[in-house]
Design a protein around this ligand. Structure first.
Ligand code: KPL
Length: 334
């Protein structure tokens, strides 16, 4: 697997003098890169494939706004493979990285990628993780340390139209904070700064002192909606129109509630309403898991229902519905 760099090289006198690196050029990576680039002195977008980095170098990022406004960003200056950079055969990107936004799926957080991230971290670098589900926090805290880690949950809507273009499909909110707030490892000042940076780029962003609940809330939404849409091969909204599907959603949901209670995690009392509201609001979407199955990719099931079943096992709690959908997705993947 080769990660390549697409460097916007965008200089803006009014922006912050800093280097932001975004790893992952899927829908969110492209959207955030396009929006953040004008506000920082250097932005590097790290892609997985060489082809995408080349195309970005040639065309820049094309952002189609919600009102169909098209923006073209500055063209790239540098792109290179990260393995060449690590081996020293290529000069590293000039300025030290201040913030790394990790915007890849859980399945992409390989030992190779972690080594790459480590090679970019200095005493002053913070890593901000945008993943769905759980599991990454353990790997990354071991490799990077809690004092360098922040977590974000975003509901920004974006759809990748091609390797260099993205459509903003809706405006959401991004919550940012630590997962181990007891440590207060990353100063409030740092966290507020990132929130301001996101706001300057046109995103709604808020600091959260309760990232665990926010991560679990998203985990529940994805664990209830995604596997069922992928097994039944339906759009999100279809789940609400079938009494059978709704009862399966309820079963998955109730099991997660029991698990969360056993772990002492207080989920919002109206979470079931939220799950249904998300289903309705995204009714024409193919969930990310359905898209993965359609494209014959590995899904994030290990980090959603798989993690839930594993946590249940550790506590002596059975989660039969979650275990069933987990095994069905695994069977489909294979
Ligand atoms: O986040 C999603 C996903 O597909 O991963 C939902 C909320 C289900 C929207 O499609």
């Amino acid at each position: 697997m080769a990660f390549l760099l697409y460097n916007s090289g965008y200089m803006n006198k009014g922006g912050y003098c800093m280097h932001i690196m975004i790893i992952g050029a899927g829908s969110l990576g492209l959207l955030f890169a396009a929006q953040l680039a004008p506000n920082c002195s250097q932005l590097t977008l790290v892609t997985r494939s060489e082809g995408q980095a080349r195309e970005l170098a040639e065309h820049g990022i094309q952002l189609v706004g919600t009102e169909s406004l098209e923006t073209k960003l500055a063209k790239s200056i540098v792109f290179q493979s990260y393995s060449e950079e690590i081996s020293g055969s290529m000069a590293p990107v000039a300025r030290e990285v201040d913030y790394i936004f990790l915007m890849v799926k859980q399945t992409a957080i390989s030992p190779e990628l972690i080594t790459y991230i480590q090679s970019k971290m200095t005493r002053h670098t913070y890593l901000i993780c945008f993943q769905n589900g759980v599991g990454h926090e353990v790997k990354l805290s071991q490799a990077i340390g809690w004092d360098k880690l922040l977590f974000a949950i975003t509901t920004e809507g974006a759809k990748r139209i091609g390797p260099t273009s993205v459509k903003q499909t809706g405006h959401g909110i991004t919550y940012l904070g630590e997962l181990e707030p007891k440590n207060l490892a990353v100063t409030n000042h740092q966290q507020i700064f990132i929130v301001q940076l996101l706001e300057l780029a046109g995103f709604r962003a808020e600091l959260s002192k309760n990232m665990e609940v926010r991560i679990w809330t998203k985990l529940v939404i994805n664990a209830v909606i995604n596997p069922l849409t992928a097994i039944l091969r339906v759009q999100n909204g279809e789940l609400l129109r079938s009494a059978w599907a709704l009862s399966l959603m309820q079963e998955l949901y109730q099991e997660v509630l029991r698990l969360a209670a056993a772990k002492g995690i207080e989920l919002p009392i109206d979470l079931w309403d939220t799950v249904q509201a998300v289903c309705e609001a995204t009714k024409t979407n193919h969930s990310s898991m359905l898209q993965d199955i359609e494209a014959s990719r590995h899904t994030e099931i290990d980090y959603l229902n798989g993690s839930l079943v594993k946590m249940g096992n550790e506590l002596g709690l059975d989660l039969p519905a979650n275990s069933m959908v987990y095994r069905m997705i695994k069977a489909i993947e294979n």
